[in-house]
Unconditional design. Structure first.
Length: 330
């Protein structure tokens, strides 16, 4: 891409009355960091309102002044709706307020849409989510499903990527979602650098299950953290469940239960995800053959790796490498 052709990906963040300031700031923090090899910002982030420029109420003791009106939505490549207090400008019967409906009508077909926490109510009320899998804060999941029975709510994940529509769970899960979009757009290396500068993990283990209130466990009970750390250094080797359980001196049954409680997924699901992330890194940053990448990531064969990447990322290893090695200039 020449300098004349370069245009950053434009992200419009829709600030609604009653917004939660933390969630509003997430897209600016995450998308404001990535730069290319020439130091150019890969994203342009603008905040807009459904009204002409002016103050927008928050759920705190201050307002924010937004300098863009709804016209900014018409120029966006991605539109993000952060959380606002409760359901924000969505009526009890699931209808949008008139000004919000008019603002959303400005979004161009094909624009990527995303929500953080209860921002999902806006996308659902606008009809963007019918028939799609979505998530939101676990405390609102049942209500969201009742209000919009045509969507499929999964309360046990941090975010859902359904292609052109993405939704996240509550609060800090918005960071996970935005990092995922950076990873999808520009690769693991760029997303990892953003995570480092933001002082957050590039990929959090598990889903929302680990954050739902439970009785406080006995502090004397063992955890599975050491087994996970041990496995991460041996992803290229065959790892059996009994091996991980043995690291913690637990039975397989006890280890599996504790692992799910702490991480939110099964040990097998967690291992697969770590191996996919390892394969992504190798595909982006090395010239190893597909067979070599598969062995280093612990998939054994290129065909096995291909199946897992297709299932997880929706692309083949060859297509993934073509996209992200070219973007990194390797």
């Amino acid at each position: 891409m020449t300098s004349r052709e370069f245009r950053p990906h434009r992200v419009a963040v829709l600030a609604l009355d009653g917004l939660l300031p933390f969630e509003l700031g997430i897209p600016h923090r995450i998308f404001g960091r990535p730069r290319d090899a020439r130091g150019r910002h890969l994203y342009e982030v603008v905040t807009c309102s459904v009204r002409p420029p002016g103050p927008v109420e928050t759920d705190a003791d201050f307002t924010v002044h937004v300098t863009h009106g709804p016209e900014a939505l018409a120029t966006a490549d991605t539109v993000i709706v952060p959380a606002s207090h409760e359901r924000g400008p969505v009526h009890d019967e699931g209808r949008l307020t008139d000004d919000l409906a008019a603002a959303l009508a400005r979004i161009r077909p094909g624009t990527r849409l995303a929500s953080i926490c209860t921002g999902v109510y806006v996308l659902a009320a606008a009809g963007y989510l019918d028939g799609r899998p979505v998530t939101t804060h676990w405390a609102h999941a049942e209500h969201l499903q009742r209000m919009f029975p045509r969507i499929r709510v999964d309360a046990d994940v941090l975010f859902v990527d359904d292609g052109d529509v993405l939704t996240s769970a509550g609060v800090a899960a918005g960071i996970d979602l935005c990092l995922h979009m950076v990873r999808r757009d520009f690769g693991t290396a760029v997303a990892n650098e953003v995570a480092r500068s933001t002082v957050v993990p590039p990929h959090r283990d598990g889903g929302q299950a680990q954050y739902i209130h439970r009785p406080v466990p006995d502090p004397q009970l063992a955890t599975t953290a050491a087994a996970r750390a041990w496995a991460l250094t041996r992803l290229h080797e065959p790892i059996q469940l009994r091996d991980m359980a043995g690291r913690e001196a637990m039975s397989v049954r006890t280890f599996t239960r504790r692992f799910r409680e702490e991480v939110g997924v099964s040990p097998g699901q967690w291992l697969t995800r770590q191996r996919v992330e390892r394969a992504r890194h190798l595909l982006e940053s090395t010239g190893l053959s597909m067979d070599q990448v598969a062995r280093e990531a612990g998939f054994g064969t290129a065909q096995s790796m291909r199946q897992h990447l297709l299932q997880t990322l929706g692309v083949t290893p060859t297509a993934y490498r073509r996209t992200f090695r070219a973007a990194s200039g390797i």
